[in-house]
Design a protein around this ligand. Structure first.
Ligand SMILES: Cc1cc2nc3c(=O)[nH]c(=O)nc-3n(C[C@H](O)[C@H](O)[C@H](O)COP(=O)(O)OP(=O)(O)OC[C@H]3O[C@@H](n4cnc5c(N)ncnc54)[C@H](O)[C@@H]3O)c2cc1C
Length: 320
């Protein structure tokens, strides 16, 4: 019995969500009276996962894993879990995590629960708290299966560092180059920006901004606040903004500490991806916009007036 955590890295740097998953895995392992084993695949991060609670770290390396392929990564993770007694596998619900978790669950013949937002309750079985109905509700799901794959929404669990450094061991799997059925020819990466899934503050805008030429003020507000930028689906469909910024049911699910939404109506499909944000601030000219019902702070006003004023005030506060 062990809790396996998949620690995702990008070019030798762990994602913040990997530290979160590791701390979560460690706390869960303590509850279950077992060990937390971190598994890395490909070019692992340089930081030490022991500090975040991992008791051991296993690395699957090799050129086969140079680029991400859900099939090969899922097979490798599943094999390492099996050979190390891993009956609970924790995966952060990132793009990568979302694509491998169901595959791992099938390979393990395990129960899969996605959208987890809190620690497992083990007082009476194994009950997880998760978002459901497009983040409109919270569900408490009892898992009656000896094997589980859990995906944790980033920013759901407090990261802390009270472990000690560990060394990692290389492990091999049956995966070979022949299993790589896709070739990645080129990768376009957004650089110098805060990754949306890891951002604690997000400034987002929708069709109310009228056109791509008006995003300078959104970017400026994000810059001043140290936030990432996001957008609604129509905005990315019209190519006003890149698809990597699209949040919602068909886009990314985020859970920042603060989500500022300007000129977004708050359709249920949009809320599905942002409704679990800790604080939501909505700027909309229409006082009846549905988003106000989900907002902690609402500003009935024109984004073209409100955003510049927010930028000015944020700059003043920073300067003082
Ligand atoms: C299957 C399916 C999946 C979907 N998935 C997603 C998804 O993942 N993410 C997503 O976002 N949508 C998704 N949608 C689309 C969703 O239903 C909405 O159509 C979309 O979210 C609306 O985008 P919007 O709020 O930017 O635009 P609109 O609905 O056009 O709203 C614009 C808002 O801006 C306000 N406004 C106008 N001018 C100003 C101004 N000057 N200042 C301030 N406010 C102003 C208006 O009052 C209005 O509320 C999905 C739809 C379907 C059917």
């Amino acid at each position: 019995m062990a809790v396996i955590v998949y620690a995702e890295s990008d070019n030798g740097i762990y994602k913040k969500s990997s530290f979160e998953a590791t701390t979560y895995g460690k706390d869960l392992a303590d509850k279950l009276g077992t060990d937390c084993i971190a598994v890395t695949i490909g070019n692992k991060g340089t930081q030490n996962l022991g500090v975040y609670g991992a008791e051991s770290e296993l690395n699957v390396s090799g050129s086969t894993f140079d680029s991400f392929n859900p099939q090969t990564y899922a097979t490798a993770l599943s094999e390492v879990a099996s050979s190390n007694g891993g009956d609970t596998i924790v995966i952060s619900q990132t793009y990568t995590g979302k694509s491998i978790a169901p595959l791992v669950a099938v390979k393990q013949d395990a129960a899969l629960v996605t959208g987890i937002v809190d620690m497992v309750d083990t007082s009476n079985g194994f009950t997880v708290k998760k978002t459901c109905f497009s983040s409109k509700a919270i569900g408490h799901v009892s898992i009656n299966h000896s094997k589980r794959v859990l995906t944790l929404i980033p920013n759901s669990y407090k990261i802390y560092q009270d472990g000690s450094e560990i060394s990692s061991s290389e492990v091999s799997t049956s995966v070979s180059d022949a299993d790589n059925n896709t070739t990645i020819e080129a990768t376009d990466k957004v650089t110098g920006k805060i990754p949306l899934t890891e951002a604690e503050l997000v400034v987002s805008a929708g069709r109310g901004l009228k056109g791509p030429e008006n995003w300078d003020m959104v970017e400026e507000l994000a810059d001043v606040l140290g936030a990432a930028t996001a957008c609604s689906k129509p905005v990315s469909d019209m190519e006003w903004r890149p698809h990597s910024e699209h949040v919602g049911q068909t886009g990314i699910t985020i859970k920042p500490n603060l989500y500022i939404a300007a000129g977004i109506s708050g359709a249920i499909q949009h809320l599905a991806g942002v409704g679990s944000s800790k604080v939501i601030c909505v700027i909309n000219t229409d006082p009846e916009a549905p988003f106000f019902k989900a907002a902690d702070y609402g500003i009935v006003g024109d984004a073209f007036d409100v955003i510049p004023r927010l930028i000015k005030r944020a700059k003043e506060i920073k300067a003082s």
